[in-house]
Each structure stands twice: as structure tokens, then as C-alpha cells.
Design a binder for this molecule. Sequence first.
Ligand code: NCD
Ligand code: ZN
Length: 356
Amino acid sequence: MHELTLTRPDDWHLHLRDDVVMARVLPATAAVFARAIVMPNLQPPVTTVAQAAAYRDRIRAACPPGAGFTPLMTLYLTEATTGEELRLAAHTDFIHGVKLYPAGATTHSDAGVRHIDRIFPALEVLAETGLPLLVHGEVTDPDVDVFDREARFIDTALEPVLSRLPTLRVVFEHITTAQAVAFVRSRATGLAATITPQHLLYNRNALFQGGLRPHYYCLPVLKAERHRAAVLDAATSGDPRFFLGTDSAPHARSAKESACGCAGIYSAPLALPLYAEAFEQMGRLDRLEGFAAFHGADFYGLPRNAERITLIREDWSVPASYPLGSSELVPLRAGERLRWRVAPTPKPGNGQESTA
Ligand code: NCD
Ligand code: ZN
């Protein structure tokens, strides 16, 4: 197969940041994805409807003309988030989820939740209104091995929360383990999971291949091969509970290549080709469209996209870096080859750009 045309996909987990970084990364996403669930872990975090509305305005202003891209906003849940704010969020047409970061679990999560018991009233409002809870599913207990944090979170937080609030709708974000796959499959309704390209294509050896590789470091961290295989099986199974979420998370080169490097992998410009590569490995390119364009929209109760996009089977080299002001952004697979590329689609805005 040399060409693959599918419904234009959406990215159900994306970090756009703000200001100059956003201006740099947004075009790559908007060129491919019609919509994205935009993570709220700015500094300070997006905790109110008013802040989410203002952030949405900034994203729209930074969007290339004619891109046809819609940001789907989220709120950052803290122990101080009120039920009133969540009801307000549920009544908007632009807030589509509320993100739970256990405090200290990942980049910009300090304002997150320390004691899950304290957010039960908030979770009750989510269960009642149907606004999905988006979960960074890792415990933060320093005594728990970093590779076991996701599995432990299922037993100590996710399972108890869902038992208490069976109607709560949850997206288990960027799953990385066989336990997470099994848990999602065990629930009949209301629970789904996003999957990143890195967790489909790499196991934890990638972090140490010939030396320490900071550009393969994200959270949840890459896992052992048997977990990668389980996550790849889930993504390519056709099960509508699993869908695309790149977790593309840009950090300047200096912040990654550091004695204490940031967690986060930048993948937006090559994400769809990476997913295609993973599905091709499994002989399941026929299921890429469901994973990338249907399952997420169906879970979020949004219409499927009408436009189409074409992937061409053609080798290309990923740039070694992208400019970012005085710094650089190093993408996943920097300087390496990819097997698929996205065919350029003529956009109504293109003609105006040269005269701007
Ligand atoms: C994300 C970031 O940089 O914002 N980092 C990451 O490693 N995935 C935060 C997150 O999604 O955990
Ligand atoms: Zn993320």
C-alpha cells in the first residue's frame, strides 16, 4: 500500500503551551489534526472557565489562517476547584474535560491533587454533569518504583473512584502498561484511554541506547517490552475504548539536555506518520482511521470530522531540530527516517500567507 486516505484525525491529548512556544508548535498540529484536547498545565494552570476562554482566544489568534483547527479546552483540577466552576464548565460548549494531575506526578503538576478524598465533591459534579475526568494515572509515592506507578494508581485511586462513582466518565491518559490495558478492557462503559506514539514504538531500552537519551524521556516513562506489546495490541485491536493522544509536550533543548531534564516528548510534526508505522508493524493500517479519527470523537460525544487526509508511503528525514526563538525544539526521531508522510492539503488560507 502506497497511499492511505482517512478521515482527518483529532489529537485527544496535546500540550500547546503559550506565547512563543505555542506560536511555534501550533501550525504542525493544525496542519494535520482537526481538533485537539488542549492540556491545561500552563504556569499558572488553567483552573477557571474564564482562563480557559482566554487561553482558547490566544490559541485561535495563533492559528494559521484557514487551518480549520478547533481547540477543545480543559480545566486543571485542584483541591480548591469548586463544584460551581465545574458546573459552569459543563455548561460551556468549549470545555470538554477536567484534568487530574496527582501533585508532583509530572511537568507542571505542583498545583495538582495531593489527597484524592478532597476532590470527591468535585468528582461527584463531574459524574452528574457527564463532563469527562482526564487522568494522569500515576501515584507519586517516592517509595513506589517509577515503573510501577501507573499500575499502582489503578489499584489505589482509579478503581476506588470508579467503584464509588460508577457513572463518572474517565479518560485514562497516555497509558503505558499491560495492567492499564486490562483495566480499561474490564469496564463496560465510561472508561477510555489515550495512547501516545512513543509508547507504541519504543520500550524503556530507548532511554539508554548507547547513552542517556533525554529526548525519549516522558511521563509516564517508557516501559518494558511486554507492556509496549500490550499497548500496541490495544491500539490496533479496533476496540473503541482506545484512541489517539500524542501527548506532544515541547520543551526547549536546554531544558531536556540538562542535569535534571524535563519530562515531555515533542512529536506533533511527525505524530501521524509514527502511528501509521506502528499500525503497519501489526499489519493493521485498516484500523488506523478508527483509532485516529472515530473512537475519540465518539467517546467525547462530538461529530466525526468530514474532511479527509492522505498519508503517502515515502521515506523522509525528521529534522534534527526546529527553531524556537534563541533555542531549539528536538522532536522524537530527530535526524532519523520515517516511512510515511502526510500529503499536503491545499488550504484556503494558503494564498494569503505570502502577502501577509
Ligand atoms: C507533559 C508536559 O511536559 O507537560 N510531560 C510528559 O512527560 N508527558 C506532562 C504530562 O502530560 O505528563
Ligand atoms: Zn500530557
